[in-house]
Design a protein around this ligand. Structure first.
Ligand code: HEM
Length: 403
């Protein structure tokens, strides 16, 4: 292996606050670099990060966390997750769930999502009244995606407040430099989530509804070889978690980026037809998911290095999205950017199943914010969550003036 200088400390608060300068510096050194502290290769450029996600010799190879008795539930909901699988299991599960999230199906939800976004923004505008800063993150960005995915799956409204704390605790396991307390909390949340979903699935078995969970239960019971009970529970948990974690943070990071670039916010206000390109640009500019790992199943030459069989390599999505080899003026926020092959939704066989749904949610949220206000101003300096991999805010105080 060739060793390079440690490119960046992903737990350094300065890097978490703004990783993009560090990415730019690293890209000038080499496209793929060994990180001694993390014990993996990091792909910084668009070409190499994209290749990491697409190269079939680089797989999602799940290894149970040790000791097994301490991480029983956490391991269960990853071992059986489509995101951690390779074909043919991946293909079997992906076929089962992808129809539910296909563009045509999702488009039918648009009016319902727009109505929800409108009501949430009206509530915020009323509380703010053009003077008071209100937290758009808890008042809208977190609520909308949770409500949408919970409604689709068929999680009763009274249980929905349980979902985000469970998900938050579980996804902290994807960060580097975790404490034992964080690991224990993740296992506890996984155990509670699994127990909850088993119960809910049993309930749908007794009295089916129109929701996706009832549909999956029916598939499971009719054709057990297509979906095991653990896969059923895991799929629901993955959809519930993946179905909101990133969308929440695109709303937060994206709105903050617009508030910090008032010229672009004004441009979007004056020309709403830019909304679709603006959403893609917000996803590129400050990606909510920064890093995804793969494992080499054989020696793989990539970006001038050879990743030996068994070694890990990670795609840095945010760095790829700021690569000047692909994006003109990558540090400039341009809501009208049309040539925008960002990889915030991934690439290859694991490309995000929820992308059409996320786009509908984000267009509805930002659309409602623009339509129902005459001005949006940062009310106070927001707080950032301390994690690197899942990049987002802890709050976003905004003053909203009614339209
Ligand atoms: C803006 C919001 C979102 C972003 C940025 C995002 C991003 C991603 C990325 C980067 C991957 C690929 C991970 C990898 O290659 O290892 C992925 C996979 C996935 N996403 Fe999303 N996602 C978003 C919203 C959603 C939503 C709303 C759903 C709900 C249905 C969802 C469900 C999934 C699933 C099930 C996978 C796994 C697909 C597979 O393994 O084949 N995502 N997402």
């Amino acid at each position: 292996m060739t060793a390079s200088a440690p490119p960046l400390d992903l737990t350094d608060p300065a890097v978490v606050a703004d990783p993009y300068a560090a990415f730019a510096a690293a890209r000038t050194v080499a496209p793929v670099q060994w990180h001694e502290g993390l014990g993996l290769w990091l792909a910084f450029t668009h070409a190499e990060a994209n290749a990491v996600l697409r190269d079939r010799r680089l797989g999602r190879i799940w290894r149970d966390k040790e000791p097994a008795e301490r991480f029983g539930s956490f391991n269960l909901i990853h071992r059986n997750a489509i995101l951690e699988m390779e074909p043919p299991d991946h293909t079997r599960l992906r076929r089962l769930i992808s129809t539910a999230f296909a563009r045509g199906h999702v488009e039918r939800l648009r009016p319902w999502v727009e109505d929800l976004a409108g009501r949430l923004v009206d509530g915020l505008v009323e509380r703010s009244g053009g003077t008071e800063p209100v937290d758009v993150l808890s008042g809208m960005a977190e609520q909308l995606p949770v409500d949408v995915i919970a409604e689709l799956l068929g999680v009763p409204a009274t249980d929905r407040p349980l979902l985000r704390p469970w998900s938050n605790a579980i996804v902290k396991m994807y960060e580097y430099g975790r404490t034992a307390a964080v690991e224990d909390a993740a296992e506890r949340a996984a155990a509670e989530f699994v127990a909850y979903l088993r119960e809910l699935a049993a309930d749908r078995r007794r009295s089916p509804g129109e929701d996706l969970l009832s549909h999956l239960v029916a598939v499971r019971d009719a054709e057990g070889d297509r979906l095991t009970e653990d896969e059923l529970v895991t799929t629901c948990i993955l959809l519930l978690n993946a179905g909101h974690e990133a969308t929440v943070n695109v709303s937060g990071n994206g709105l903050l980026a617009l508030l910090q670039h008032p010229d672009q916010l004004r441009r979007l206000r004056e020309d709403r037809t830019l909304l679709p390109t603006a959403i893609e640009e917000l996803m590129r500019f400050d990606s909510p998911l920064q890093l995804f790992e793969r494992t080499a199943t054989e020696d793989v030459g990539i970006g001038g290095i050879t990743a030996p069989a068994g070694s890990k390599i990670a795609a840095l999505l945010g760095s790829a999205n700021h690569d000047p080899a692909v994006f003109a003026s990558p540090e400039t926020l341009d809501v009208g950017r049309t040539d925008n092959p960002h990889i915030s939704f991934g690439a290859g066989i694991h490309f995000c199943i929820g992308a059409p749904l996320a786009r509908v949610e984000l267009q509805a949220s930002f659309g409602a914010l623009l339509e129902r206000t005459s001005s949006l101003e940062l009310g106070a300096e927001p707080h950032r969550r301390p994690e690197f991999v899942i990049r987002g805010l802890a709050d976003l105080p905004v003053v909203l003036t009614p339209a």
